[in-house]
Design a protein around this ligand. Structure first.
Ligand code: GLN
Length: 295
């Protein structure tokens, strides 16, 4: 599993760094990922040492000249309704993979991280105003890229279709004309709107959609893979989560959304992310939150 994950992340890095990874074998992919230590312009492995000392120099700085960090605080928006990436913990605080990830990134950057829980649909528009960046299992889309920039991708996902136990829905064709529940403003919402004749019901919380599915008000819910699997466990025996590939849905990449044009902030976040992928911190978080079944 570890190897698979490393290979998966390696291919994300290849994509992010626009390098030509051959991907002939797992080993090959891993080596490529390790060689690419800089998330900035320096993609030459020979310059790795320079990139590392630059990252070290940035450590512990309270200000960096980048507008977003002038106060030494990184204000992060999330929508804590998306387990295991973000959820509200027993103390009422946002927690989850993304929250742990952005806190670790903040630590590497030497800034304090403050997390604000808001509606998913409000995140992109709030960047550069209420919040500096957003982390919310957010998929990179062309539409969003008109308003914000994205960090390098850190996770590959796909939409899943949650069905009531025993449902006959099994293909894209079967979705036509159905009552589909989605979370407002998500990629699942966009996919559902494209289904011919579908009656799309938008919810602020995906969990509310699943509740309506269980109560017989919907035919299915379209939501990202990992939350779908969490909901399947939560409603065990009542619903089944089916891989969206079966419905023709394509894979998506999660990234941190950033203020448009703030390349300095983007480079710092990418460098911290890269460091975490190389030093094992990232894999440890995947194990703790995603494979460990937290949330
Ligand atoms: N990945 C989906 C999107 O970006 C859903 C994210 C979410 O609901 N937090 O639209």
């Amino acid at each position: 599993m570890k190897k698979l994950l490393a290979a998966m992340m390696a291919s994300v890095l290849c994509l992010a760094l626009l390098t030509g990874c051959g991907g002939a074998s797992d080993e090959g992919a891993e080596v490529s990922a390790e060689e690419e230590t800089s998330a900035g312009e320096e993609t030459n492995a020979g310059e790795a040492a320079d990139a590392e000392s630059e990252a070290e120099a940035a450590d512990g700085e309270s200000t960096d000249g980048s507008g977003a960090l002038d106060d030494g605080v990184l204000n992060v928006g999330t929508n804590a309704e998306f387990p295991p990436f973000e959820y509200v913990d027993d103390n009422g605080e946002p927690d989850g993979f993304d929250i742990a990830l952005i806190k670790a990134i903040g630590e590497k950057m030497g800034v304090e991280v403050q997390v604000e829980n808001m509606e998913f649909d409000a995140l992109v528009a709030s960047i550069g105003r209420k919040i500096d960046v957003a982390i919310a299992g957010m998929t990179i889309t062309d539409e969003r890229q008109k308003m914000v920039d994205f960090s390098n991708p850190y996770y590959i996902a796909v939409q899943y279709v949650i069905l009531p136990e025993g449902s006959a829905i099994a293909s894209a064709e079967d979705l036509k004309g159905k009552a589909i529940g989605v979370q407002l403003g998500t990629t699942g919402d966009i996919l559902a709107e494209d289904v011919e004749g579908a009656e799309v019901a938008q919810y602020n919380k995906a969990l509310d959609a699943v509740n309506d599915l269980v109560n017989g008000r919907l035919d299915c819910v379209i939501v990202d893979k990992n939350p779908a699997l969490v909901f399947e466990t939560k409603f065990e025996g009542k619903v089944t989560a089916v891989d969206g590939a079966q419905f023709g849905f394509e894979t998506e990449e999660y990234a941190i959304s950033l203020p448009k044009g703030d390349t300095e902030l983007a480079e710092k976040i990418n460098a911290a992310l890269q460091e975490m992928m190389e030093d094992g911190t990232f894999d440890a978080l995947v194990e703790e939150y995603i494979e460990g079944g937290k949330g």
